[in-house]
Design a protein around this ligand. Structure first.
Ligand code: NAP
Length: 479
């Protein structure tokens, strides 16, 4: 960690904030300060924007193969440095090392995927219906982008945006979450090493997100915002983007239903629940938030899930054998505590967990709640912690209605052995993604994203690059 950059990355150079400000980065396992990084203000953001705007024209003209190979080299460097990056991520974010290694591989894969897409940007020539006019279609980069990422997947949320932007020929200003700036700074250093020209990617770490981002969104030079974070912040940024008609991609919050039918294979359902709930300690937009289990299997499902959850080892993510690290900070933990207390007050049974441990850090134990009252606050709030809330249902129409009764629509999980029911239910769920007898949907080759208030647009897959490209149509009459 000693050589991890801690300055801003602007125009290919490492620089301090103009006013010399710094901010601390904490270790969530101990609450102690790991290091300080530069704390950018509006002046620094403007310099980063200048660098991106200046680099845009030449970068757009760079051969796709060149852009592709930069991403490919960066992919290889990330894979070579898996251990180093995983340790860095665990130290600033808390997830266990095994999960951090998994995220490094997932993050790198976006660069490999988009290195392959960079050379497949297509266009077209068509004869129009009148038989005389021709239409020439080409695709060009949308222009300088502002990328804003959350703390829960510090590396992958960056590569999922930088990969397609580089592939499409866009320049960028990246603003990572203040809790986890180090992974993004390490990523910038890797891209520089891989040959990314100066100014194409600029990174501003800041504790003053609003002051830094709003002028960029309203200023008219940034042409695209790609945001991952909460729905509330997404709504604010959409309003700010309206003034200069900035194109937006929004990956927002979720409230995933996890539905277990009476004909489900309970081994698959419990395994799926462990992944859908416990990946990233429950701090994932894809985390199962509401478990709807058919009344006839609810008791057995709850017992088996509680056994598995109770067997998980909680501790600092760097320690061998640990399954569950600390939550991001004490504020995040206090929210989980309040949601559990509210559910228990309304009659939920605690099958396992539910008690905050003494001592440093922001640990919370894996918890299973049964007989949760549908009016509990955790039914319409992202728990963002290791708490599984179980409710029962009696028939298919009822569970679909309840699953859809939320403003969010990111992902749903369906467990049934009947193909007919699996397809019928999946089609009726108002979500962008469905895990069918699986608790994991994320894959760089698949279009990730939600409907309703879970977002706009898709990241990854064949369509991920479209978010960073515009069509240009040339009308050509032929006599
Ligand atoms: P958040 O509070 O919305 O913050 C996300 C990012 O936005 C951070 O970098 C944050 O910086 C920044 N931000 C906040 N206010 C801003 C403003 N006024 N202007 C510009 N930037 C601003 O979300 P979070 O707590 O970090 O992350 C958790 C949320 O992300 C959850 O809702 C989760 O579901 C969602 N998420 C969604 C996906 C997806 O793909 N759909 C993936 C991962 C996470 P500051 O912290 O400095 O304010």
């Amino acid at each position: 960690m000693t050589d991890t950059p801690t300055q801003l990355f602007i125009g290919g150079a490492w620089v301090d904030a103009a006013d010399g400000a710094t901010m601390p980065v904490d270790d969530p396992a101990t609450g102690e300060i790991l290091c300080h990084v530069a704390d950018a203000g509006p002046k620094d953001a403007k310099l980063a924007e200048d660098a991106a705007v200046q680099a845009q024209e030449e970068w757009a003209r760079t051969a796709p193969r060149v852009r592709s190979e930069i991403l490919r080299r960066a992919y290889e460097i990330i894979i070579e440095r898996t251990d180093e990056l995983a340790h860095l991520m665990t130290s600033e974010m808390g997830k266990p090392l095994a999960e951090a290694r998994g995220e490094v591989a997932y993050a790198a894969e976006f660069f490999r995927w988009f290195s392959e897409e960079a050379v497949r940007i297509d266009g077209g020539l068509a004869t129009l219906p009148d038989g005389r006019n021709r239409m020439l279609l080409s695709r060009r980069p949308v222009g300088p982008c502002l990328l804003i990422t959350p703390w829960n997947f510090p590396l992958a949320m960056g590569t999922r945006k930088i990969g397609p932007a580089v592939a499409a020929g866009c320049t960028m200003v990246l603003k990572p979450a203040p809790q986890t700036p180090l992974s993004s700074l390490a990523l910038a250093a890797i891209l520089k090493e891989a040959g990314l020209p100066d100014g194409v990617l600029n990174v501003v770490t800041t504790s003053r997100a609003g002051e830094v981002c709003e002028p960029l969104l309203r200023g008219g030079r940034i042409r695209k915002l790609s945001f991952t974070g909460s729905t509330a912040v997404g709504q604010l940024l959409l309003a700010q983007s309206a003034e200069a008609v900035v194109r937006t991609s929004m990956e927002l919050g979720g409230n995933a239903p996890f539905v277990v039918f009476e004909d489900a294979d309970l081994d698959k359902a419990v395994n799926g629940a462990m992944v859908a709930k416990m990946r990233n300690m429950g701090e994932a937009c894809t985390a199962a938030n509401r478990f709807f289990v058919h009344r006839s299997v609810a008791e057995e499902f709850g017992r088996r899930l509680a056994e598995r959850m109770g067997a998980l080892v909680v501790g600092p993510g760097t320690r061998d054998g640990v399954d569950v690290g600390p939550l991001i900070d004490r504020r995040g933990r206090a929210k989980v505590e309040e949601l559990v207390a509210d559910a228990v007050e309304r009659g939920a049974q605690v099958l396992v967990g539910g008690r905050t441990p003494e001592g440093p850090g922001s640990f919370y134990p894996p918890t299973v709640l049964a007989d949760v009252d549908p009016g509990s606050r955790l039914m319409d709030t992202e728990i963002f912690g290791p708490v599984a809330a179980i409710l029962t249902f009696d028939d298919e129409d009822e569970v679909i209605r309840r699953a859809n009764d939320t403003p969010w629509g990111l992902v749903g999980y369906v467990f049934t052995e009947g193909l007919d029911r699996a397809l019928r239910v999946s089609e009726r769920l108002e979500v962008g993604m469905v895990g069918l007898n699986t608790g994991l949907v994320s894959n760089p080759a698949a279009p990730f994203g939600g409907v309703k208030q879970s977002g706009l647009g898709r990241e990854g897959g064949r369509v991920g690059i479209d978010e960073f490209l515009e069509y240009q149509y040339l009308a050509v009459p032929v006599s």
